[in-house]
Design a binder for this molecule. Structure first.
Ligand SMILES: O=C(CO)[C@H](O)[C@H](O)COP(=O)(O)O
Length: 244
């Protein structure tokens, strides 16, 4: 499922730039994936240097990394709010490196690490949501499968509902285990391929209202800023100001 043509340096630049924007005293949502990991490592360095933050992890993996690099942690229900979240994406639609079309709205596809349910919870709760990505993630339209986390008993009925909407669902299989990927929440993931997603907002609503769906990976208009790491810097797209 994971596919990124970006280099590690591009991801690192994006992650570090977003982490540099975190203020002292902040509660920070800690995203999942290789690009968000760079932000978590940078936060760890800043904590070593005296920064006072509390991280809210979005997955087992981001919790483990934050512990390793010394970022203090709390659960979402133990903090009063989330000031900023930093998270990666499998695809960023509506933002172009050449600024051809502007960026008044954005759609993210997330869930390559099967963490999108907690990611959406934390990212949506944040006052500011910074996406970190490399240029290979930018796209004009949704063209990767949309991950849908489902209750185990719901996998066949949700698969039927996805087919009814013209999608092709595929149960995500584990790499080093027989059988399916089981999410941090004990659920399964259907990777749903659609020939064309003309209206991502409508698809997001349809998936959200399908019984048995725990969460899907379409993040519509949640991102405030997109940091795109390049070979020589970071392109920062401020969507919040373009929306207002
Ligand atoms: O949504 C995610 C995990 O569920 C990740 O943010 C997404 O897969 C991007 O990962 P990477 O930065 O490793 O390409």
């Amino acid at each position: 499922m994971k596919q990124s043509g970006g280099s590690e340096d591009q991801k690192r630049r994006a992650g570090e730039r977003a982490a540099a924007r975190v203020d002292d005293g902040a509660v920070v949502g800690l995203g999942t994936g290789s690009t968000a990991a760079h932000a978590i490592r940078e936060l760890g360095e800043r904590v070593d240097a005296g920064l006072d933050v509390v991280g809210v992890p979005t997955s087992f993996a981001s919790r483990e990394l934050a512990r390793e690099v010394g970022v203090p942690l709390a659960d979402l229900d133990a903090v009063d709010g989330v000031d900023v979240a930093i998270d990666g994406a499998d695809q960023v639609v509506g933002v172009h490196s050449d600024d051809e079309t502007g960026a008044a709205s954005s759609v993210l596809v997330k869930g390559g690490g099967a963490a999108h349910a907690r990611e959406k919870l934390v990212d949506a709760a944040a006052d500011a949501f910074h996406v970190v990505a490399d240029p290979s993630k930018l796209a004009a339209s949704v063209s990767v499968p949309v991950p849908v986390e489902v209750l185990p008993a719901a996998r066949t009925v949700v698969a039927d509902a996805v087919r009814d909407r013209g999608g092709d669902p595929s149960l995500r299989r584990a790499d080093r285990k027989d059988g399916p990927v089981v999410t941090d929440n004990g659920n399964l993931v259907l990777d749903c391929t659609f020939d064309a997603v003309d209206d991502p907002r409508a698809l997001a609503t349809a998936l959200s209202t399908t019984p048995g769906v725990v969460e899907h990976g379409l993040f519509v208009d949640l991102a405030d800023t997109v940091h795109v790491g390049t070979d020589d810097g970071v392109d920062v797209h401020d969507l919040a100001s373009e929306r207002s």
